[in-house]
Design a protein around this ligand. Structure first.
Ligand SMILES: C=C(OP(=O)(O)O)C(=O)O
Length: 555
């Protein structure tokens, strides 16, 4: 019988091919002898670190944008003089090359991890260089994606952030990881690149290099050693999907023309290329944290004005929703957040920071209003982490004082979703952040892959909250969009349309599949589908209901 493994559906689409396993990080042998010639060990350690840096520099030269900036930062960290000093000190203490590298990096990794949040995540980048240098010192293969010819399905524990930037959709047909949930870094990158992916698939540990697998990223299944017929079917499905995507262009709409705007999530100045901007109807979420991270004080009004203007320039005549600073929790910013919160996800983050540091919020609103006057985009502004109607009203008043015409808030706290009607009475629009809304609804840390099942966007309680917000917005005659990762799931797009959601905001590469999925049904069919999906008792059954609906209605 054909074996089928199950995991979290992370990036839709189907693919079949041979397994290539990520090379695991090196493990230092338990025993070591103090080297007879410390100088030779020092030379070996330095050579290994130099080789790892040279390899990074080579890879950085072949990529651009965010990938390049991540790698440039890694290279800078690897060239830090204190690392070389640490290696020397360790060798002087009688440690061989590979162990000395591990010691020297250890302190830096621990320091970053203790800060937590975004800065803490940089520890993974440092660990990546450490492992590459240790592998070089031990004469082992570098960890990460092996350099192989041909196409393959990439399988491993999880993909390091430094490796995700090297994923080439022309070679990587699919991704299967043992760890990770639907909002993990691997899942987000896979969706952004349009690579079918199943994450948190415990059975993936047993998959061997060269073994053939068929990945269904929409259902979260991996068929091991599929039959030739099955592979033919997967390839036919994948070709049919590509053809379908190519057939559709333009604004988002259901089969009978009911509009659902297709917007972009942008997280950096270079995040919306001209090509991307051309294929979308605007920006539904412009994350501004990139300007504030990795620095000791806030950027000036003029610096912010210029940075926002760079993005606005590409969207003349179209809406751009700028989100005010969402500092805190996974985006720790030293001058905005306090270090000693016991539970930062439930702490002073998002709009709550703006209340305690009004100078940050007002400077940002001033910069946004100046940038809006400089350009022809239809600029709107929204606040993150709003929990009460009073907060929404205070934010609206502040935006009006700055002459920004349209003010909205994110709905990412269950309290706000439950009382959406009262929140909507205060603002012009709302946008649902399903990443945080899942986290808070299911009391499941969005960074914890282990809890991926609870963070599944098909979970009924999350969908019920989305339905409540959409109904309140319809009643108020105002817009309710979605800008969390759920918006990029083509399976959910008609469900959201049926609930009354007016826009879906996502990464550029998710747009074609979501656009095509909206055309599967008329608005009336979307409404029936939404009712059926909403009545399912759990996420897998909700997906099954949608699949059965597609089968009976030819969608
Ligand atoms: C879009 C969201 O915000 P963040 O930037 O925190 O992912 C969300 O929470 O869904």
């Amino acid at each position: 019988m054909v074996e089928e493994l199950r995991g979290n559906p992370a990036s839709p689409g189907a693919a079949a091919g041979p397994v290539v396993r990520l090379t695991p990080p090196p493990v230092l042998p338990e025993h070591w002898d103090a080297p007879a010639e410390p100088e030779a060990e020092l030379a070996a350690a330095t050579e290994a670190l130099d080789a790892a840096v040279a390899d990074l520099e080579k890879r950085a030269a072949s990529v651009s944008g965010e990938a390049k900036s991540i790698m440039d930062t890694q290279i800078m960290m690897a060239k830090d003089a204190s690392l070389t000093a640490g290696i020397r000190a360790s060798v002087d203490n009688g440690r061989p090359a590979a162990w000395a590298i591990s010691d020297a990096f250890g302190k830096h990794v621990a320091a970053l991890e203790s800060i937590g949040g975004y800065v803490g995540e940089r520890a993974a980048d440092l660990i990546d260089i450490r492992d590459r240098a240790i592998a070089a010192a031990l004469g082992l293969e570098p960890p990460g994606i092996p350099d192989v010819d041909g196409v393959f399905v990439l399988v491993g524990q999880d993909i390091a952030p430094a490796d995700t930037v090297l994923l080439d959709p022309a070679k990587v047909l699919g991704i299967v990881t043992e760890k990770g949930g639907p909002t993990s870094h691997t899942a987000i990158v896979a969706r952004a690149l349009g690579i079918p992916a199943v994450v948190g698939c415990a059975g993936a540990a047993g998959l061997e290099a060269g073994q053939r697998v068929a990945v269904d990223g929409g259902r979260g299944t991996v068929v091991v050693d599929p039959t030739d017929d099955h592979v033919r079917q997967v390839r036919a499905e994948s070709d049919a999907l590509k053809e379908k995507l190519a057939r559709h262009s333009g604004p988002g709409a259901t089969a009978d023309g009911h509009p659902v705007k297709l917007l972009l999530n942008v997280g950096s100045v270079g995040g919306a290329s001209a090509e991307a901007a051309a294929d979308a109807e605007g920006v539904g979420l412009f994350r501004t944290e990139f300007l504030f991270l990795d620095r000791t004080e806030a950027p000036s009004v003029e610096e912010q004005r210029a940075a926002y203007g760079e993005v606005l320039r590409g969207f003349a005549g179209r809406p751009v929703v700028i989100r005010t600073l969402d500092a805190g929790a996974d985006k720790y910013i030293p001058f905005a957040n306090t270090e000693d919160e016991p539970n930062p996800a439930l702490g002073v983050r998002g709009y709550r920071v703006g209340v305690r540091h009004p100078e940050l919020l007002t400077a940002q609103l001033r910069a946004i209003s100046l940038a809006a006057a400089d350009h022809d985009a239809d600029v709107r502004v929204m606040a993150p982490m709003i929990a009460t109607p009073a907060e929404a009203a205070a934010f609206r008043d502040l935006t009006r004082e700055h002459g920004i015409g349209r003010a909205g808030v994110m709905i990412e706290v269950p309290a706000a979703a439950i009382r959406a009607a009262d929140i909507l009475a205060e603002v012009d629009f709302v946008s649902i952040g399903t990443n945080d809304l899942s986290q808070y609804t299911y009391a499941a840390d969005r960074m914890l892959g282990e809890l991926g099942e609870l963070l599944d966007p098909w979970q009924p309680a999350l969908l019920a909250l989305v339905a409540n917000v959409a109904a309140a917005a319809k009643e108020a005659g105002k817009a309710a969009g979605i800008c969390g990762e759920a918006a990029s799931d083509p399976g959910l797009a008609p469900v959201f349309a049926g609930l009354g959601i007016t826009s879906l905001s996502m990464s550029v590469s998710a747009v074609p599949a979501v656009r095509a999925a909206l055309t599967d049904y008329t608005l009336e069919q979307c409404e029936v589908l939404a009712r059926e999906v909403l009545s399912a008792p759990d996420a897998p059954k909700a997906r099954r209901v949608a699949a059965e609906f597609a089968a009976k209605s030819g969608g």
